[in-house]
Design a protein around this ligand. Structure first.
Ligand SMILES: C[S@@+](CC[C@H](N)C(=O)[O-])C[C@H]1O[C@@H](n2cnc3c(N)ncnc32)[C@H](O)[C@@H]1O
Length: 364
């Protein structure tokens, strides 16, 4: 049975509902989103480096573009992962940037033991403030979230195009989109009582410390049960890194309910491709470290039946830092019994508290 744990920091304290029972390997797992926060450590880097669906796609693009080029690796992490892959693919030189101090220090140590480390220049800081002398001819940046733009990829790469890259430089990945479907949280969670996984506790501690207090952090579900998906799906944002890259977007889509049940929110997930002619990775279908994000809408579930529609507005607006977006979602659900409207703001920082009953349950 879930139990409440308490975490606290300077001037704040919150309960966190945690399910201590071991979860079967494929059961849904609830965590806070983490990619957009400076909390990376080996527990977060390692699942990325072992994500074979991710690796082959980035590697294929590096093999096509990197030979003899100057490559910029934005967000190289502790392991210099794409910097090393770029060298392996034949890059002439690599400039690697990392903003987190601990990750930069680890990357510096990794660089010392690299045979061709003299071809890598490692810089500490945000790519948006760093200055480089020689422009790069290729950029690789895995700063892509389960909501594609959540880690700031659109603003960061727009800046890189302006200041760090030659006019004809390619960017890897090529295109990312966020897809959305109407869902039932209980269905996604396979009827289990909603509660965080125990390993959410240290992540929540670090996110709330960084934020200066608890807030309604985005909810990340790994291995959601397909029974929770109540509608067809549609793209709500599209980042074209080698095309018209927009840092803020607004979209309106209509989702059609395709089974009877209850709908209370939307699930979003990433679709990413590193080359125009490459099979996209779909985070809901493929085995990958990218999970999905549940965004609550209706306070109590609305009974729905096949053919009902959800008119969804989805907007991303850059938050105060000018890099990481806030998301504003509104929905109009039409059923035979009437029209139900709901809104949700999913903020990067200093977000609301208990904006939906689910947050009151999870973070009492
Ligand atoms: C998702 S991890 C990817 C790590 C590694 N590149 C990989 O793919 O395995 C993103 C990394 O980028 C760093 N980062 C994010 N935005 C950055 C920026 N604008 N400039 C430099 N580093 C950034 C984060 O600190 C984190 O280490």
């Amino acid at each position: 049975m879930p139990e409440t744990h308490y975490i606290e920091g300077s001037g704040w304290r919150t309960g966190v509902l945690v399910d201590p029972d071991p979860r079967p390997v494929t059961a849904p797992k609830l965590m806070p989103t983490h990619g957009e926060y400076p909390i990376y450590d080996a527990t977060l880097y390692d699942p990325m480096t072992t994500d074979t669906e991710r690796t082959w796609r980035f590697r294929e693009a590096l093999e096509r573009y990197a030979p003899d080029r100057v490559v910029l690796d934005i967000g190289t992490g502790s392991y210099l992962f794409w910097a090393r892959e770029s060298l392996r693919a034949g890059a002439g030189r690599v400039i690697a940037m990392e903003t987190m101090q601990g990750s930069y220090d680890a990357a510096s140590r990794a660089l010392e033991s690299l045979d061709d480390g003299d071809r890598v220049t490692l810089l500490h800081g945000e790519s948006t403030t760093l200055v480089i002398e020689q422009k790069a001819e290729l950029c690789v940046a895995e700063i892509i979230g389960s909501l594609a733009s959540a880690e700031g990829a659109a603003a960061v790469l727009a800046d890189a195009k302006r200041r760090h890259l030659t006019p004809d430089a390619a960017i890897i990945p090529d295109v990312c989109s966020t897809r959305a479907a109407a869902v039932s949280f209980a269905g996604l969670f396979a009827g289990r009582v909603p509660a965080f996984s125990p390993d959410a506790l240290p992540q929540l501690q670090r996110i709330f410390d960084w934020n200066g207090g608890p807030f309604d952090v985005r909810l990340r579900i790994a291995d959601p049960a397909p029974d929770g998906i109540m509608s067809d799906h549609a793209a709500v944002e599209r980042l074209e890194f080698n095309g018209n890259l927009r840092a803020e977007q607004a979209s309106q889509v209509r989702l059609t309910i395709d089974r009877p049940g209850v709908a209370d929110g939307i699930l979003t997930w990433l679709v990413i491709q590193c080359l125009p002619d490459q099979k996209p990775l779909d985070a809901l279908r493929d085995q990958t470290n990218w999970a999905s994000i549940y965004l609550p809408l209706f306070d109590t579930g609305v009974p729905v039946t096949a053919g009902d529609t959800v008119d969804l507005s989805f907007g991303s607006v850059l938050s105060e830092d000018g890099v990481h977006p806030d998301y504003h979602i509104s929905a109009e659900l039409r059923t035979a019994h009437g029209v139900h409207r709901a809104e949700h703001a999913s903020l990067y920082q200093r977000g609301g508290r208990h904006s939906h009953p689910l947050y009151r349950t999870l973070l009492p």
